[in-house]
Design a protein around this ligand. Structure first.
Ligand code: CA
Length: 364
């Protein structure tokens, strides 16, 4: 939106408020429209993130339709308006009203943001949604972002991710010593504590680095997204245990001052469109990953295997240590951690009678 357009809209809003005071509040309110900008951490055309069911573009479309055109959102891919990972600062400053990304990109601003995206050995898709919608997770998210003048909602989920691609099979913890692996975030810290030489590379640089042997292993998302990068052409072992990202949440980040200007019905439209995309995007991932995994194994010579139990045990112990250090340093992280883990304890206990039994005994 240009400055003159913004000024025009502000003037229009002031006029509408004036009309309301003269006794035509309903008319004035119905005419009020909002033109917002939403940036993304992912480039234009990225499936799941920018394009397709439950993506940023789909979210904006749903909001526009559900609001009868009163809230229009222009969506920008990474690099179009701002660089990929500057969404937090842009929304905070009010340069854009919304950003679509993952909150674990913001752990440098507030470590607690990690818990609203993916926690190693944490909750799965059902569990994290239980915590968000029923266990106080969204309220805590708002509390953590309050000092930055922002609110956030879950608006997508990849479901369980894959451990990643390895040139050599991981048979024991000793295989981690000196292994050069692309893996971001908290899981990277866990691997580093077990001797992995952690490399931070953006998505587009993973394939050439793996192919040339600059790295020995790489994690990205799951079968559909990984195949799109061609990772199966650079490494054949695909370890499947998604310990590091059991259900990675997409984040709809909103400037609080802009949010507060929306009438209650438009707020409800945004919240409900985000919740719809949260479910719809995860449904899309199930099907596309199933198709891609079948293709990788049947047609592309990929060997898919879970990590050995002893390796998973070592990763779990290392994760506990990394999380203990994080909560000891920061009371905000501790508050979120305690809420998340208390919910997880309940969820795991019930799951032991319900979902886990069904998965283990019925689905196999
Ligand atoms: Ca990942």
């Amino acid at each position: 939106m240009t400055t003159s357009r913004r000024k025009f809209l502000s003037a229009g809003t002031a006029a509408a408020v004036g009309a309301g005071s003269l006794g035509f509040p309903m008319v004035a309110k119905a005419q009020q429209t909002f033109n917002w900008k939403m940036t993304s951490a992912y480039p234009k055309g990225s499936p799941f993130y920018m394009d397709g069911p439950g993506s940023a573009t789909d979210l904006a479309k749903r909001i526009e339709v559900m609001s009868g055109g009163r809230l229009k959102i222009q969506v920008y891919g990474a690099g179009e308006l701002i660089p990929a990972l500057e969404g937090f600062d842009a929304v905070r400053a009010g340069t854009v009203e919304m950003n679509h990304a993952n909150s674990y990109f913001w752990t440098g601003k507030t470590f607690a943001a990690q818990y609203f995206c993916a926690v190693p050995f944490g909750l799965n898709f059902q569990g994290v949604n239980g915590w968000f919608y029923d266990g106080g997770g969204i309220n805590l998210w708002h509390e953590v972002y309050a000092p930055f003048g922002m609110v956030a909602f879950p608006c997508g989920n990849t479901g369980v991710q894959m451990t990643g691609w390895f040139k050599k099979e991981i048979k024991s913890v000793a295989d981690f010593k000196g292994l050069k692996m692309r893996i971001p975030g908290l899981a990277g810290k866990v691997y580093a504590s077990l001797g992995v030489d952690v490399k931070l590379l953006p998505g587009g640089e993973i394939f050439p680095a793996l192919e040339r042997g600059v790295i020995d292993a790489a994690e990205f998302v799951g079968p559909f997204q990984d195949r799109r990068l061609g990772l199966q052409k650079a490494a054949k072992f695909y370890h499947t245990t998604g310990w590091h990202e059991p259900a990675t949440v997409s984040e709809l980040l909103i400037n609080k001052a802009a949010w507060d200007k929306l009438p209650a019905d438009l707020k409800a439209v945004v919240e409900n469109a985000a919740a719809a995309c949260n479910v719809i995007s995860e449904g899309w991932c199930q099907k596309t990953n199933a198709d891609a995994m079948e293709d990788l194994i049947k047609n592309q010579g990929v060997i898919a295997k879970p990590l050995p139990d002893a390796v998973v045990k070592a990763l779990r112990e290392a994760t506990d240590k990394v999380l203990a250090e994080a909560i000891a340093k920061d009371p905000v992280t501790k508050k979120v951690h305690d809420s998340y883990m208390a919910y997880k304890k309940k969820f795991d206990s019930w799951s032991g009678y319900s979902e886990s039994v069904y998965h283990n005994k019925i689905l196999g």
